[in-house]
Write a protein of this length. Structure first.
Length: 315
C-alpha cells in the first residue's frame, strides 16, 4: 500500500459531527461527482479510485441524506485496474448537489458551482473536514522517504484556484500548477505538509512523516559533518606535504644547519609527525606552543625554501 493510500485509509476512519460530515461530503463530491440524466431520471455519480474512499462516500450519502445509494466496481479501460462508482438516483440526487454547494438554482434550472462552499464551512471543525474530503477525492502524498510532495487534483481551474485560496487562508502555503492540461494544487515544504496532515486529522501519518523527517535531518547533518571532516583532513595532508617538501628542499640546498634553533626544531617535528594538525603538533613542544606559532614557523620554512630555490634556479 502506498503512503498516500495509507493516509486516505486513516482519514476514512475519522469520525465527525453531522455538520462535518456534510462538509466532507461536499469536498468529496466537488472532487469526483457528476449529475447525469438517464431515461428522464437524474443520477448522482461519484467516482473513486479506491474502495475505501468509495465506501466513505457511500456511508456519508446514506447517513447525511438518508439515501439508498449503490456502490459497484468496474474495470478502468485497457489497464484492467478497478475503479468504483457510488450512484444515487431521484430527487435526492439533486438535493445532495444543492446542499453541498456543487450546483445552485438559477433561472432556467441548475448551474454548476466550482468554488469551495464557504457557507457550509463556518466552523473550524467543518473546514478541517472539507480539507479531509478534498484529499480523499483527489489527493496524493508521496512517500516522505523519497520526497516531500502533496497535491490535490481538482481538475477544474476555477475550483483549483478556490481550493488554493482556501488552503492559504488556513495557513498552508499552497500553489497552483498545470500538468498535462490538468490544474493541480500542491504543497512542497515538509513543515507545511505536516500542518496540513494535522488539519485533516491524519495524526498517524503525521507522526510517521515527522519520524522520517527527523531521521533524514540527522542523516544529512552527519553527512555534512563527515564531509567537512574529510575536507579538513585533506587540507591538513596537503599542507603537511607542502611543508615537508619545503624542509627537504632546505636540506638539499645544505641550509638546514643555518636555520634558527626554533625553525630547526619545527622542521624536525614536522618530519617526525607528518599527519598531525597544527594544534596537536604544537602541544608536543616543551614548553608547548600555540597553533599560530606553529603556523608562523612552518610558513617561514616555506618562504626560506622558495628563496633558496629561486637562488639556485630550482622549481
Amino acid at each position: 500500500m502506498s503512503f498516500s493510500s495509507m493516509v486516505k485509509e486513516e482519514l476514512c476512519k475519522v469520525a465527525g459531527k453531522p455538520c462535518c460530515q456534510l462538509a466532507e461530503l461536499a469536498a468529496l463530491l466537488h472532487g469526483g461527482a457528476s449529475l447525469q440524466l438517464a431515461r428522464g431520471e437524474k443520477r448522482l455519480i461519484f467516482r473513486a479510485e479506491s474502495a475505501v474512499v468509495a465506501r466513505r462516500a457511500f456511508t456519508l450519502l446514506k447517513g447525511v441524506f438518508s439515501l439508498k445509494p449503490q456502490l459497484y466496481a468496474f474495470q478502468r479501460g485497457a489497464s484492467g485496474r478497478k475503479g468504483y462508482r457510488v450512484a444515487a438516483a431521484g430527487a435526492g440526487a439533486e438535493l445532495v448537489l444543492e446542499a453541498t454547494g456543487l450546483v445552485k438554482r438559477k433561472e432556467g434550472g441548475l448551474a454548476l458551482s466550482r468554488r469551495v462552499p464557504l457557507s457550509l464551512l463556518r466552523r473550524d471543525c467543518c473546514k478541517r473536514a472539507y480539507l479531509r474530503g478534498a484529499f480523499l477525492a483527489g489527493g496524493y502524498l508521496s512517500d516522505p522517504e523519497k520526497a516531500y510532495h502533496l497535491e490535490f487534483t481538482p481538475g477544474d481551474e476555477g475550483y483549483a484556484r478556490s481550493l488554493c485560496l482556501f488552503l492559504i487562508r488556513r495557513g498552508v502555503a499552497a500553489k497552483e500548477i498545470t500538468r498535462k492540461e490538468t490544474r493541480l494544487v500542491y504543497v512542497k515544504d515538509s513543515e507545511q505538509i505536516v500542518l496540513l496532515l494535522s488539519l485533516m486529522g491524519a495524526h498517524a501519518a503525521l507522526l510517521t512523516m515527522e519520524s522520517v523527517r527527523v531521521t533524514k535531518e540527522v542523516r544529512n547533518r552527519v553527512n555534512r559533518i563527515v564531509n567537512c571532516e574529510q575536507a579538513n583532513i585533506g587540507k591538513i595532508m596537503d599542507a603537511a606535504q607542502r611543508q615537508i617538501a619545503a624542509i627537504e628542499s632546505i636540506e638539499r640546498n645544505a641550509a638546514f644547519q643555518r636555520l634558527s634553533p626554533a625553525l630547526r626544531r619545527m622542521a624536525e617535528m614536522r618530519i617526525e609527525y607528518p599527519d598531525l594538525p597544527l594544534k596537536e603538533l604544537g602541544e608536543l613542544f616543551s614548553p608547548p606552543i600555540g597553533k599560530s606559532a606553529v603556523n608562523h614557523r612552518l610558513r617561514k620554512l616555506e618562504e626560506i625554501a622558495r628563496d633558496l630555490n629561486e637562488e639556485h634556479g630550482q622549481e
